[in-house]
Design a protein around this ligand. Structure first.
Ligand code: RFL
Ligand code: PHB
Length: 390
């Protein structure tokens, strides 16, 4: 098979890239290690910035998102037993975010791809990338016991943090920056109405908690847990009990509990690869960078990478210009580092770090107090949360 662009990874980055290239008449194939159902079964992001919403519209797949997505103009910060609303709309001159699950966004893109009759190879085994330091890269994969090879002009590494694209770049050619955190997030999805109409980010003496949602009848909650905890350690009942203890009396009373439909633990990490390309292979999304989920930036960053990458590839084919692909990494990284900084800061502010001692705790309390009582500080939080301009 020969295509212009071989996309490794059929998560949101790969699907969105495939769609934007298709619209420009660029021929691309997507290779995904898992089945489509498996990809849709992973419960991840829930909050979209305006850039991501706009990109879905540009891709012509925004219809259901606008119908079902929930616009949020603010969120609550809970500490010291009290809730404080961050009025994003007022603080940023009318900006907001949309609550629409990554699962739904990916489903919309997959449906559009299927309807257009384009190829996605699911359950592609042992994908390997070759010759991407030349003008004729190749990708190999196994399917149904046979090895296949694809010739292409470019490889897009959209295969997430554990993918093979970044791992195939010579070590000397890239630099990786990494910070891990001494806790994870235990997440529960349940078919219950959300405890509050907006999100609640809670810093409690028992650790961080987040009350999020997917719709008016589906809730998503998270708890800070030690990295040593296993999902099996947490029955639904223990989860709800612990969540209650981390909330304020009003939320505790309103909380509606029910059986979990998904429960998982995710470690937290800050990670950036520089540069985000090697020869004719370009990395996008989690393949190139990870943020801790506290600021809800991961999917949004993936969407902006894809916006820049699709634009650069379109310029290459339409104008025969390599200028934009040459600037891809630099262009993305500026935005990425700002989101990395915000996500690290928001994580540090909202979680418990016993290793920072009593003074660390006092610094955190003083910062939270400043944050909700200073318009300048609240504005900074709000403008980062809604997403910095492109
Ligand atoms: P993905 O989603 O990991 O998709 C990569 C795809 O590549 C496939 N793959 C391979 N395919 C072929 N061959 C191989 N060798 C392969 N290796 C891997 C995988 O099967 C997969 O399908 O990366 P992508 O597309 O870059 O998307 C990134 C987002 O998934 C991620 O940034 C967000 O989910 C992060 N995130 C959040 N982001 C937000 O913007 N807002 C949020 O509210 C938000 N909440 C979250 C989050 C991530 C979380 N977890 C689990 C880390 C909440 C959580 C709990
Ligand atoms: C989610 O709903 O999954 C979610 C929302 C906000 C975050 C992180 C995750 O900051």
């Amino acid at each position: 098979m020969r295509v212009q662009v071989a996309i490794v990874g059929g998560g949101p980055s790969g699907q969105l890239l495939g769609r934007l290239l298709q619209q420009a008449g660029i021929d691309a194939v997507i290779l995904e290690r898992q089945s489509g159902d498996y990809v849709l079964g992973r419960i991840r992001a829930g909050v979209l910035e305006q850039v991501c919403i706009d990109l879905m519209d540009e891709a012509g797949v925004g219809e259901r998102m606008h119908r079902e997505g929930l616009i949020h103009g603010g969120f609550d910060m809970l500490f010291n037993g009290e809730r404080h609303r961050i009025d994003m709309e007022q603080l940023t001159g009318g900006k907001h975010v949309m609550v629409y699950g990554q699962t739904e966004l990916t489903r919309d893109l997959m449906d559009a791809r299927r309807a257009a009759g384009l190829t996605t190879i699911y359950q592609a085994g042992n994908v390997t990338v070759h010759d991407f330091d030349t003008a004729k890269p190749r990708v190999r994969y196994e399917k149904d016991g046979q090895t296949h090879e694809i010739e292409c002009d470019f490889i897009a590494g959209c295969d997430g943090f554990h993918g093979i694209c970044r791992a195939s770049i010579p070590r000397r050619a890239i630099h990786e920056y990494e910070k891990t955190y001494p806790f994870g997030w235990l997440g529960v999805l349940s078919e219950t109405p959300p405890v509050h109409e907006e999100l609640i980010y809670a810093n409690s003496p028992r650790g961080f908690a987040l009350c999020s949602q997917r719709s008016h009848s589906r809730s998503r909650y998270y708890l800070q847990v030690p990295l040593t905890d296993k999902v099996e350690d947490w029955s639904d009942e223990t989860f709800w009990q612990e969540l209650r203890l981390r909330l304020d009396p009003d939320a505790r009373e309103k909380l509606v509990t029910g059986p979990s439909i998904e429960k998982s633990i995710a470690p937290l990490r800050s990670f950036v690869t520089e540069p985000m390309h090697f020869g004719r292979m370009f990395l996008a999304g989690d393949a190139a960078h990870i943020v801790p989920p506290t600021g809800a930036k991961g999917l949004n960053l993936a969407a902006t990478d894809v916006k820049y990458l699709s634009g650069a590839l379109i310029e290459f084919y339409q104008d025969r210009s390599e200028a934009a692909i040459g600037h891809y990494s630099e262009r993305c990284l500026r935005r990425i580092w700002r989101a990395e900084r915000f996500s690290w800061w928001f994580t540090s502010l909202m979680h418990r770090f016993p290793e920072n001692g009593e003074i660390g705790q006092k610094f955190q309390e003083a910062e939270l107090d400043y944050l909700v009582n200073s318009r300048a500080a609240s504005t900074s939080l709000a403008e980062n949360y809604v997403g910095l301009p492109l």
